[in-house]
Design a protein around this ligand. Structure first.
Ligand code: NAD
Length: 261
């Protein structure tokens, strides 16, 4: 049985009710996990209010600002987690960012700044958060991140984010190798295209979704809940033998050849 009672789960990356992280947080909560939430703070505090209202039904025992580019804020987040929880069992890394200009047109136009921003927020942040979480993952644990096929195959307009996802997927393997002896598992979910705030910045996201609907074995794209269910499975003891893997939750799209990419 999928049982996450007694598990303390930190979920990053909830921006609104379309966020994949929101789908994941709900499924972890349904399975009995104690939820902690971090959000990206903005100067006017709007995000805090918006995300706070959204997650209230999950009764999170922690609700903290955490910009993954802010070293001090990361340290403060995990200091607060240590104080409140003492330990952590589950870390969900569900965030990414690239400048909109870098998500369409010629890949060779990617600027140096755009490249480092995308890689820093979307890939390095996993390693940085795991570093901060490591001392608190005292009883083993599970780390899950979110990737996309564009990190493995060329997808029009995905551009620099594809490079970031490629780095992210390799980080999953290095982290899994490092942490396996402590019974900490690290996996990624490669989700099919879903309409969210982040994906709306990718040029032609609706075309990508329609293409999946036409070509994927299941003839549809996936939902946040389906991704959330897989995340809950990966975080549970049912997945105790799985680490270092990228699991496709994409209606089977990834297996298809002759798909007209
Ligand atoms: P989303 O916009 O709901 O989530 C992205 C999150 O990243 C937001 O909560 C945002 O606040 C956060 N973020 C951005 N910069 C940050 C920073 N500096 N510090 C902390 N948080 C920051 O969009 P989403 O589609 O749910 O994206 C979640 C993850 O899923 C991303 O890794 C994305 O690449 C991945 N993914 C999305 C799709 C899709 O089609 N939507 C498909 C596969 C993978």
């Amino acid at each position: 049985m999928l049982d996450l009672t007694q598990k303390k789960a930190l979920v990053t990356g909830i921006a609104n009710n379309r966020s994949i992280a929101w789908g994941i947080a709900q499924q972890l909560h349904t399975a009995g996990a104690d939820i902690g939430v971090t959000y990206l703070p903005d100067a006017k505090g709007r995000f805090a209010k918006k995300v706070g209202d959204l997650v209230e039904p999950l009764n999170p025992s922690l609700f903290l600002p955490c910009n993954v580019q802010d070293e001090a804020q990361i340290d403060e987040t995990f200091a607060q987690i240590k104080e409140k929880w003492g330990e952590i069992d589950i870390l969900v890394h569900c965030l990414a960012f690239a400048n909109k200009d870098d998500l369409s047109g010629d890949f060779s136009n990617t600027s140096r700044d755009g490249f480092s921003t995308a890689l820093d927020i979307s890939a390095y942040s996993l390693t940085r958060l795991v570093k901060a979480a490591k001392p608190l993952l005292t009883d083993g644990g599970s780390v899950v991140t979110l990737s996309y096929l564009g990190g493995v195959k060329v997808i029009p307009n995905y551009n620099v984010m594809g490079i970031a996802k490629s780095a992210l997927e390799m980080s999953v393997r290095y982290l899994a190798s490092e942490l396996g002896s402590s019974n900490i598992r690290v996996n990624g979910i490669s989700a099919g295209p879903i309409r969210t705030l982040a994906s709306s910045a990718v040029g032609g996201i609706l075309d990508m979704i329609h293409h999946v609907e036409a070509v994927a074995p299941l003839k549809r794209t996936v939902t946040q809940t389906e991704v959330g269910n897989t995340a809950a499975f990966l975080c549970s003891d049912l997945a105790s033998g799985i680490t270092g893997q990228i699991i496709y939750v994409d209606s089977g799209y990834e297996i298809m050849g002759m798909s007209g990419n």
